[in-house]
Design a protein. Structure first.
Length: 135
């Protein structure tokens, strides 16, 4: 009986060791496998929140994103189609290059002309956030 128990104990130790080795090998393989830049799950995104000068969020504002100051001033060549803010006053532009953008926002007679229009350089593979004031 003791021999059977000892034999089982040795078998369990061998099995545990083999399983641990397998898990460690799999971890090392996936940890050190080169990753293609384009295969990253998260892209560079920009979430813009529109609010008035009192800090109230603005649902239904039209937001346009430009890649340069010149395009912004001429209101031409937007990076992508304009978006309308949701009930939280937000829009999200997805899959952008990590650079500076210029934002035009308007709702009725309110806009962000002569106010903050330029973002900081976006951080790659992150959800970047900006608040724009319209009046």
């Amino acid at each position: 009986m003791k021999r059977n128990t000892t034999q089982r104990s040795k078998t369990m130790k061998k099995l545990t060791f083999a399983l641990s080795l397998l898990v460690l090998s799999a971890f090392m393989f996936f940890q050190f496998t080169p990753k293609d830049e384009n295969s990253q799950l998260f892209k560079t995104n920009l979430r813009i929140t529109i609010q008035d000068d009192l800090g109230n969020i603005q649902e239904g504002a039209t937001v346009t994103l430009y890649g340069s100051n010149e395009d912004y001033r001429k209101s031409e060549n937007p990076v992508m189609d304009s978006q309308i803010t949701d009930d939280k006053g937000r829009v999200t532009f997805k899959d952008l290059d990590p650079k500076v953008y210029h934002v035009h926002a308007e709702k009725g007679k309110m806009n962000n002309n002569n106010l903050g229009v330029q973002t900081d350089t976006l951080v790659a593979k992150k959800l970047n956030k900006v608040a724009i004031v319209i009046q």
